[in-house]
Write a protein that binds this ligand. Structure first.
Ligand SMILES: *Cc1c(COP(=O)(O)O)cnc(C)c1O
Length: 552
């Protein structure tokens, strides 16, 4: 590769000639074919070894250098295929967390964005992205119940980015001077104990500080306790602080608790009015659960999709919370979660588009985007400068799935979970489902010794020692599941909830296993194999002793 013409071969053609196109498509075909050869429906990973001995990353660091000579296409396909080997893959037994498979429309959309490689910063550089983004903002505003003529938004870096910009707006609304002068020292933000840690990072990065994140207790359905919110807001105000931001999680990551935005808003407004303060900005962290708003206008009496009774009840229960999404000042749809598109395709929406002007840059401060002399679409309120047009992927998915496609998929997740819960508790008296009140795509469960269960534990009837021993018992399960995850891939968490105990004032974190339906290929007929797998794990750990010594 000595000449510029040689290097040109590494790019898509300039003139659209058939020969170059063919070579390009062949490369893609080879890659897809290689990946297909690694697939097996009974495995939650692609074939091949992906063990990582202790010095794996260290060895890579020691040996990786940019090659002097260009490589060959065949070698490249080979090395990319090698990366695929042993990779987690979203087959029927892929049941861990919210790690979805990217759908074909999602991939094609992302591919289109890459082919064009426009910059979504400005419509002169990225007209396709600007158009697709405008469309998906309006489409999803309608789903959330926002007025698309007043709302606005943009695609951003994850549910985390949405929580972050919600906070930027909250600060700017409370103190418009903050963007010039910095954040006042008395602002406070609130979320439930079950909220995603995004808010902690946002509090740090905006300069508010993590100590000003106030955690609100949750109720038995893992949703925010409004009475505790009122109390804690009052405490903050009594001490000279000002509540500016509340994150209401609509679909928590571990247990699908759904905060009630309506009651949270009225509780918060009540407190603020009493002190003659303006309402705080409410961000619905609907990154995960917001997609269930696709059922907000589903006619459950007509039931056009023939959803079974138990599933319909679950969906109705979820929709009864999702219908309040429009009361939030901002919200998020993480399309790379239940929206079935590749990473990273998150959509942040604001109810009132004027809010974004509070954090916008002055035209004079962004001169190289034409100083806004031409082009109609500038996104200088985003924290990113250059932006990928991930809206094209979102648009492609929305067009090809339609509301109905999403409804079928999301209903199947609920159905599999409800049936799994039943099979699980029927088969194992010692296992409790720890989110029994939350229908949704996730089931959390915990193995007890015969005399205990989740209800007793939640009520504070167990000792610290018993809870700790139960944690160890479940950790042993995690170990078993972890060793065998190439077959069935479950998730776990060591802080599902904090429970009281009988013999101490401490709140103790509880360890649970999670089954997250995220693969379109998981159906109710796969439940027996999953139950067998859990039985093997329980069997393998049953004779272990889980005694602990608790220092007194
Ligand atoms: C996943 C998730 C986030 C973080 O989203 P990213 O896209 O990973 O940045 C925030 N909140 C909730 C409720 C989530 O489920």
């Amino acid at each position: 590769m000595k000449t510029i013409e040689d290097v040109q071969k590494l790019f898509p053609s300039e003139d659209g000639n058939a020969g170059d196109r063919h070579a390009f498509v062949q490369m893609l075909a080879a890659l897809v074919e290689n990946m297909d050869s690694l697939k097996s429906p009974d495995q939650a990973t692609l074939k091949g070894d992906n063990s990582r001995p202790g010095n794996f990353y260290r060895n890579l660091t020691g040996t990786s250098v940019v090659p002097q000579k260009p490589g060959s296409v065949n070698d490249l396909i080979g090395s990319l295929t090698k990366l695929m080997e042993g990779h987690p893959y979203h087959s029927r037994y892929f049941l861990t967390n919210v790690l979805p498979m990217a759908s074909i429309p999602g991939i094609i959309g992302q591919f289109t964005a890459s082919l064009l490689n426009g910059n979504n910063l400005w419509d002169v550089y990225g007209p396709a992205g600007a158009e697709a983004e405008t469309k998906v903002i309006a489409m999803m505003s309608r789903i959330a119940g926002y007025d698309p003529l007043s709302s606005w938004g943009y695609t951003t870096w994850g549910g985390q980015g949405a929580v972050f910009t919600g906070l930027r707006l909250a600060i700017a609304k409370h103190s418009p001077k903050a963007i010039e002068e910095g954040v006042p020292g008395n602002l406070y933000v609130f979320s439930s104990e079950q909220a995603h840690y995004s808010l902690l990072k946002s509090a740090e990065a905006t300069g508010i500080g993590r100590n000003r994140v106030i955690k609100i207790k949750t109720k038995h359905d893992h949703s925010m306790d409004e009475a505790d919110l009122e109390t804690k807001m009052e405490e903050v105000i009594a001490n000279g602080g000002i509540p500016v931001y509340i994150v209401a999680t609509t679909g928590t990551t571990d247990n699908f608790g759904i905060d009630n935005i309506e009651t949270i808003k009225s509780a918060a407004d009540k407190v603020m009015q009493r002190f003659s303060l303006p309402s705080p900005h409410i961000h619905a962290d609907s990154a995960l659960g917001g997609f269930y708003a696709f059922f907000n206008d589903y006619d459950f009496s007509e039931n056009p999709l023939n959803v079974e009774n138990d599933t319909a009840d679950g969906l109705q229960q979820i929709a009864s919370r999702m219908k309040h999404l429009h009361l939030a000042d901002s919200l998020c749809f993480d399309f790379q979660k239940l929206g079935q598109t590749p990473y990273v395709t998150s959509l942040f929406l604001v109810k009132n588009k004027q809010d974004l002007s509070l954090i916008d840059l002055d035209a004079a401060e962004s001169p190289y985007v034409g100083d806004r002399g031409y082009g109609d679409y500038h996104t200088s309120y985003t924290l990113e400068c250059s932006r990928m047009a991930s809206s094209i992927s979102i648009l492609a998915a929305l067009e090809l799935f339609g509301k109905e496609g999403y409804q079928v998929l999301l209903a199947n997740y609920v159905k599999v979970n409800l049936r799994f819960r039943k099979a699980l508790t029927d088969s194992f008296p010692a296992i409790s489902v720890t989110n029994p009140n939350n229908p949704g795509p996730v089931t959390a469960f915990r193995l007890y010794s015969p005399e205990h269960n989740w209800e007793k534990e939640l009520a504070g009837c167990m000792t610290k020692e018993e809870i700790t021993a139960t944690n160890l018992r479940n950790e042993a399960l995690f170990e078993y599941f972890g060793l065998h995850r190439s077959h069935i891939f479950l998730g776990d968490t060591k802080k599902f909830d904090l429970v009281p105990c009988r013999d101490s004032v401490d709140l103790i974190p509880v360890y649970v296993t999670k089954l997250f339906t995220i693969s379109p290929y998981t159906k109710t007929e796969h439940i027996p194999a999953i139950i067998d797998f859990i039985a093997q794990a329980a069997e393998a750990t049953i004779n272990k002793k889980f005694e602990v010594t608790v220092p007194c």
